[in-house]
Design a protein around this ligand. Sequence first.
Ligand SMILES: C[S@@+](CC[C@H](N)C(=O)[O-])C[C@H]1O[C@@H](n2cnc3c(N)ncnc32)[C@H](O)[C@@H]1O
Length: 193
Amino acid sequence: MGCVVPRRPGALGYRPAAAGGRSLAAEGAFSGVVLEAGCGTGENALHLASLGLSVVGVDVAETALAIAREKAAARGLDVEFTPADAFALERLGRRFDTVLDCGLFHTFDESERPRYVASLASVIEHGGALYLLCFSDDGPETGPHPVSEDELRTAFHGWNVVAVERDRLQTRFHDDGVSAWVATIRRIEREIR
Ligand SMILES: C[S@@+](CC[C@H](N)C(=O)[O-])C[C@H]1O[C@@H](n2cnc3c(N)ncnc32)[C@H](O)[C@@H]1O
């Protein structure tokens, strides 16, 4: 899985696939001010910042955020790492052009997803993009809490699900990675009355 980080191991066990994997960042997917929901120790957010993007990383884990801030300082990168609950992103009082979720959505069960999706809607600009990378149920070896394409599309009913593509997501426990989805989802433009 390309995720957004080309080589560096992901913060909490997620890391991109071997060389040649997709990189959303290299494809120019990210623009404007970017939010990473569930940023962990910040590798994705830091990578995006290294490309010149303005990035905010949020997580509930203060210890992970502290590590992310240390990394940012060590690398001379300006990223805002701030505590926030993904279920209450509206409390940030801000809007973002692009949001990244790498490994967060699939930790929520079906009953929690509507709340998370509503929370995302509160911070993504109309027409803004969400890139969501999660374990998929499509393949012989799946990660924990795999998500089906139908479940993904159902969760984002009312949004523009532009693409749900097969990819691989490596973890500490799966050297060759496991099946994943990389979804490109847009918040629909405001209705013109
Ligand atoms: C699997 S890690 C992924 C970290 C990072 N995105 C990466 O790709 O390496 C999931 C992260 O989501 C965070 N998380 C879980 N529930 C959360 C919530 N309700 N609000 C914000 N962050 C949450 C966890 O603390 C953890 O850092």
